[in-house]
Design a protein around this ligand. Structure first.
Ligand code: PEP
Length: 255
């Protein structure tokens, strides 16, 4: 059975004191949830303090990106080794905002996913089509391209440590959510593709999150789709009440 995973991507938000306030609220409200994985993904500047605040907590720490090299002359970059050193468990790779604004490609995503795995961290690899691609009928082609490119050369043993986040770009931060049927259709396509690229066991066991304007009002229907194993949450993860409500609703699927 796949373990549900709800992750909150805080993007470029929260000073250290704001981040601590949010995480302390989450710790208070979510300390009893044991059956699903809960992850917070603050900006790099707050990782150290949040790691300390999460000592002995059921909430895991994630980072929003990592470079593919472990050290060297890469001004402004952060390596997987540094993230591991500070207490990170999950690393988001290939978020659409990084693909759109910072030139991330399937090739860089693939290098980063491999490097994160090599460091014994768990990648959350983001994929998904833009509005014009959906309207042109090429959603499945884009998904195939992102998955084949991002997972190239990754062994069956390693690929099971990857979480795929299917995030249609047109649904991110727009308030437009994919319908549960649209999301389920894409997740099913991803499982079929994993079966083709790997085997039945990978297709059955790899976790696939949905992301794109997930809120307390729509999580129930989304999480109850058979092939949706969790959510990558942006905007709603910045508010204690909203993220708590998303996690609690999702936990009903975990048991
Ligand atoms: C995201 O950042 O991955 C995301 C899905 O954002 P939002 O929930 O705000 O659409």
């Amino acid at each position: 059975m796949r373990r549900v995973i709800i992750a909150g991507n805080w993007k470029m938000n929260k000073t250290i004191s704001e981040a601590l306030e949010l995480v302390n609220g989450l710790k208070r409200e979510l300390c009893d949830i044991e059956d699903i994985d809960i992850v917070v993904i603050p900006p790099f500047t707050a990782l150290g303090e949040i790691a300390d605040a999460l000592t002995s907590s059921n909430i895991k720490l994630g980072a929003q990106d990592a470079h593919w090299e472990q050290k060297g002359a890469f001004t402004g970059e952060i390596s997987p080794t540094m993230l591991k050193d500070i207490g990170v468990t999950y690393v988001v790779i290939g978020h659409s905002e990084r693909r759109i604004y910072f030139g991330e490609t399937n090739e860089t995503v693939n290098k980063k996913v491999k490097s994160v795995l090599k460091t014994d961290l768990l990648p959350i690899m983001c994929i998904g089509e833009r509005l014009e691609e959906r309207e042109a009928g090429s959603t499945f082609d884009v998904i195939r391209d992102h998955i084949e490119g991002g997972l190239k050369g990754i062994s069956e043993q390693d690929v099971l440590k990857v979480v795929i986040a299917y995030e249609p770009v047109w649904a991110i931060g727009t308030g437009k959510t994919a319908t549960p049927a649209q999301a389920e259709e894409a997740h099913l396509y991803i499982r079929d593709l994993l079966k083709e690229l790997y085997d039945e066991s990978v297709a059955k066991n790899l976790r696939i999150q949905y992301g794109g304007s997930v809120k307390p009002e729509n999580i129930k229907e989304l999480i109850n789709q058979e092939d949706i194993d969790g959510a990558l949450v942006g905007g709603a993860s910045l508010k204690t009440e909203e993220f708590v409500s998303i996690v609690k609703e999702s936990a009903k699927k975990g048991v």
